[in-house]
Write a protein that binds this ligand. Structure first.
Ligand SMILES: Cc1ncc(C[n+]2csc(CCOP(=O)(O)OP(=O)(O)O)c2C)c(N)n1
Ligand SMILES: [Mg+2]
Length: 911
């Protein structure tokens, strides 16, 4: 995409010159606007004749802002340089000291070294703090630049020296500094986790969009707060980094700026050794509709470039590849003169007045405070134009750290400086650190009353307070609906059928209609509303669209039409689980980021959750998200026709690894309602830092009433029981409760566990066992193996560490106290889930489930295949009784035959 045109290919230089002269004359006499106008008209003509230039999106490899347009720098240049130098030193010292004392702790020196000036320009002049009018800016710091951010807080007096000494040593809570930005570990400090490459950028886009959503829906005026995302050029290789750029342009997010640290290196070596990452990124950003400001060269180049009347130098800059530029970072001036400028005598002439030393000192733009200030200021001026902006700043990785670091391929991994390097660094920064103490790389603080610290604090006062700052307490109480709101879901159905997905959809619609909290609900759907039967929401509350609806929808006039609206509530994300997940995180952290608690319900194909965007879900946990994830069309066999890639039977197992997630697999409407009601209370009233994963299915069943309530009493001819109702509620939340006990015990008695739609098959098996095999059963609904396990682990641990205290009893043990096995558990998820409880089950446990790849067929066939249908559950029960010596092997064998199960059928594990 280079704009380079070799001079040698010019067939008629004279003619070319005339064209250029005309243009230059227009610029000189009629101004740039007129020149732009003419060029646009010429381009129109060029397009008409199909001769438009290729790669027109990319400008020359020079600064976007001409020298003449650079604003005056308003700060105290010298003072800011001193501040910057102290921060640079301490950022190095914290990594150096940590690794000297505790080899292997790690950390990074070179990334902050290359980006220090970005942050300092921002902190001293642009980043609006949390107390700024209209709310503070939201900043995504490049993860491994964290030492620089800590060092600034140290100077500001926010972090004591003891904390600086505990970089990457956090196990002793309260003091340590996390390796990277982790809100979960430093809850009053970091706001956004960024170090998993790509997650910062995509989150920033959706964060900026969510700010607009809050604004357009009249929830909060977020106009003043700006989102800044700092990322690496290597990080741009991640699909998440660039994959959603177009949405930022489409939504006109001029409240968003990416600052890409283009040090031309990633971890192992050059980002684009044979190409030009800045140019590549410029084309991508511009193509996606962003404004791009390139900050390529420092002020030392201004004069040289001014001498480039014929464009020879520019053309050369456009062609030299990054690998070569990287080499020049370390090369002596004489070599740069001969190998770089020496390519053309006219270029040599341009630098003839410079000494070799001066040539060596030609800085990259990203290290020039003046150039960066101009770029940031331009961002401010561009606000209101409706376009996000990317600043692409050319830097050197390891800048100022000395020859062993600057631009070398191994720089990313270097955690320590040698004695000579420390000395050189100290000298370069001109800091009063004695030779004797140098070897310890001591922290340096000039004192809270030093001019440097007073200056920087004053700057922050002017800009609205110190950063990073996270305020995680809910400031606006959320008024949640009371019990009566949920009664209809507890009552069951006397006729007709519904799926848990339909029940969820009804509950969600009802929550949205709630006068008090309804506006805080954020339904998020990635192009699957119709699949989940939720399309009614479109016309009911509208799809959020910053532009409103600029067309007449094809289904206008129908009851359920596709309504887009500026105040629409539904985030209809299109086919991007990654984007939808980023929206979820933004909504789920709104209580802390914007001080407005929002309640996201993100519903997706359960298969495309944990395994597709698991890392983003992990980051959502880090961010202390609060909200609901709904894995829809769940179940390996319940979603039957879609086959191998859609049928999920393991997301609940994945969910277990995320300890801040409460995962549930409800079978009935009332279970779902109880879980959501309690979840909202825990997250939005009790302020627990948890969020939920709930599977919902598309199998229709007649929803039963909740044990203990009036309809249940009527159905079963039993007394209504508030006590049983409460016991059931508690059990649902704990993870298990007795759904139906056997009226009469037969010759053998067993315990059956059922979850999700497989509960229906368990109930069928219970009836068959009683009818044909003289086996009675109690049936338990297991809503969460994960919750039960975590509780049991917690009790066991406590008991181990408090051997003399009264032992705590896990909830699973409380529920099953005095209950005799065998126990047979079946669900539409993997056997590994019930297996997790084996240790606490007071008898033999047989786990049935869906290990193996799914396939398409009828539900009946799939359930036979995975051995979780009525007949195969029945066989498993008989086999458990055989193992207990209660029935003969021949009984099981006969049952296999009678029930028509092929004993030699394929093992689903091996599909
Ligand atoms: C998803 C992910 N993969 C790999 C890494 C490991 N990693 C950390 S930093 C880094 C290189 C970063 O290069 P760049 O983005 O150019 O940042 P720089 O340090 O050069 O500014 C890598 C590969 C990571 N943090 N996240
Ligand atoms: Mg890099």
């Amino acid at each position: 995409m280079s704009t380079h045109l070799p001079e040698a290919t010019d067939r008629d230089p004279q003619e070319t010159r005339e064209w250029i002269d005309s243009l230059e004359s227009v610029v000189a006499h009629e101004g740039p606007e007129r020149a732009r106008y003419i060029l646009r008209r010429v381009m129109e003509a060029a397009r008409l004749h199909r001769v438009e230039p290729k790669g027109a999106l990319v400008s020359d490899y020079v600064n976007t802002i001409p020298v003449a347009d650079e604003p005056n720098f308003p700060g105290d240049r010298e003072m800011e340089k001193r501040v910057r130098r102290i921060i640079r030193w301490n950022a190095m010292a914290m990594v150096q000291r940590a690794n000297t004392k505790f080899p292997g702790l790690g950390g990074h020196l070179s990334s902050y070294a290359s980006s220090a000036s970005f942050y300092e320009v921002g902190f001293n002049h642009f980043f609006r703090g949390p107390d700024a009018e209209g709310g503070g800016d939201l900043i995504f710091y490049q993860g491994h630049a964290a030492p620089g951010i800590y060092s600034r807080s140290f100077l500001e007096g926010r972090l004591p020296i003891e904390a600086m000494e505990r970089f990457r040593r956090e196990a002793q809570r309260g003091m340590g500094l996390s390796s990277y930005p982790h809100p979960r570990l430093m809850q009053e400090y970091w706001q956004f986790p960024t170090v998993s490459m790509g997650i910062g950028p995509i989150s920033a886009i959706y964060q900026a969009r969510f700010a607009r959503y809050l604004q357009n829906r009249g929830i909060k005026n977020t106009d003043a707060s700006h989102v800044w995302a700092f990322l690496g050029d290597g990080e741009c290789d991640e699909p998440e980094s660039l994959g959603q750029l177009s949405i930022a342009a489409r939504e006109k997010l001029d409240n968003l700026t990416f600052v890409v640290n283009c040090n031309l290196q990633r971890l192992d070596g050059p980002v684009r050794g044979n190409g030009k990452i800045v140019q590549e990124l410029e084309g991508i950003f511009r193509g996606a509709g962003w404004d791009v400001i390139k900050v390529i060269w420092g002020p030392e180049w201004d004069d040289i470039l001014a001498r480039d009347h014929e464009g020879v130098l520019r053309r050369h800059l456009n062609t030299v590849v990054d690998g070569q530029f990287q080499r020049f970072t370390n090369a002596p001036g004489a070599e740069v003169r001969s190998e770089f400028f020496g390519k053309d005598p006219r270029m040599l002439e341009m630098v003839a007045h410079l000494s070799d030393k001066q040539i060596e000192g030609l800085r990259r733009g990203g290290h020039s405070y003046r150039k960066l200030y101009a770029a940031f200021q331009r961002v401010k001026e561009l606000k209101g134009q409706g376009r996000p902006v990317a600043i692409l700043a050319h830097t050197v990785k390891g800048w100022t750290l000395g020859e062993g670091f600057e631009g070398v391929n191994a720089t990313h991994q270097k955690k320590k400086m040698g004695a000579d390097e420390l000395k050189a660094f100290r000298d370069k920064l001109n800091l009063p650190i004695s030779d004797a103490s140098l070897k310890d790389a001591p922290f340096y603080h000039p004192g809270m009353d030093s001019p440097e610290v007073e200056y920087m604090l004053e700057r922050r006062r002017q800009l609205g307070g110190v950063m990073p700052t996270r305020r995680g307490k809910i400031q606006v109480p959320v008024e949640l609906p009371d019990d009566t709101f949920y009664h209809e879901f507890h009552s069951g159905m006397t006729k007709g059928e519904a799926s848990t997905t339909m029940v969820f959809s009804r509950l969600l619609a009802k929550l949205i209609r709630d006068k008090k909290m309804g506006k805080r609900v954020v339904p998020i759907i990635p192009d699957e509303a119709r699949t989940f039967g939720m399309d009614a929401l479109f016309s009911q509350v509208g799809i959020y669209a910053a532009d409103g609806q600029l067309y007449e929808p094809i289904d206008k006039g129908k009851l359920l039409y596709y309504k887009e609206s500026k105040s629409g509530q539904v985030l209809e994300e299109g086919i991007t689980e990654a984007g939808a997940m980023a929206s979820f995180s933004a909504a789920a952290t709104s209580y802390a980021v914007f001080g407005e608690p929002m309640i996201p319900f993100y519903i997706f194909y359960s298969m495309f959750g944990f395994q597709r965007v698991g890392d983003q879900i992990w980051a959502a946990g880090d961010m202390l998200s609060r909200g609901f994830l709904l894995g829809a069309t769940a179940g390996r066999t319940t979603l039957n026709g879609e086959g191998l890639q859609h049928e999920d039977g393991h997301s609940l197992l994945n969910a277990l690894a995320f300890t801040c997630i409460k995962s549930y697999d409800p079978a009935f409407a009332y279970e779902l309602a109880v879980i959501i009601q309690d979840g909202m209370k825990r997250m939005y009233t009790d302020e627990e830092n948890i969020f939920y994963y709930i599977t919902v299915y598309n199998e229709d069943i007649t929803m039963p009433p909740m044990p203990g309530n009036a309809n249940w009493a009527e159905k079963w001819g039993k007394p209504e029981s508030a006590e049983l109702l409460e016991k059931t509620r508690r059990g649902i939340l704990d993870g298990i409760y007795l759904y139906q006990s056997a009226d009469n015990k037969l010759s053998h008695h067993v315990q059956l566990f059922g979850s999700g739609p497989i509960m229906g098959r368990v109930l069928e098996a219970r009836d068959l066992l009683a009818e044909k095999y003289g086996v009675s059963a109690d049936v338990w609904s297991v809503t969460s193996y994960g919750e039960l396990r975590n509780d049991a682990l917690e009790c066991d641990r406590w008991n181990r560490l408090h051997p003399e205290a009264d032992p705590r009893t896990p909830r699973i043990s409380q529920a099953l106290a005095g209950v005799e096995g065998p126990f047979i558990a079946a669900s539409d998820y993997v056997k590994a889930l019930p297996d997790l409880l084996r240790e606490w089950i007071p008898g033999r446990l047989t786990s049935l489930g869906t290990e193996g790849y799914g396939m398409s067929d009828t539900r009946e066939q799939l359930r036979r295949h995975f051995e979780i249908d009525c007949e195969t559950i029945t066989i498993a029960v008989l086999d458990a009784l055989r193992k207990e010596g209660k029935v003969a092997a021949s009984v099981v064998a006969q049952a296999i035959k009678d029930l028509g199960v092929d004993a030699d059928k394929l093992d689903p594990l091996h599909v």
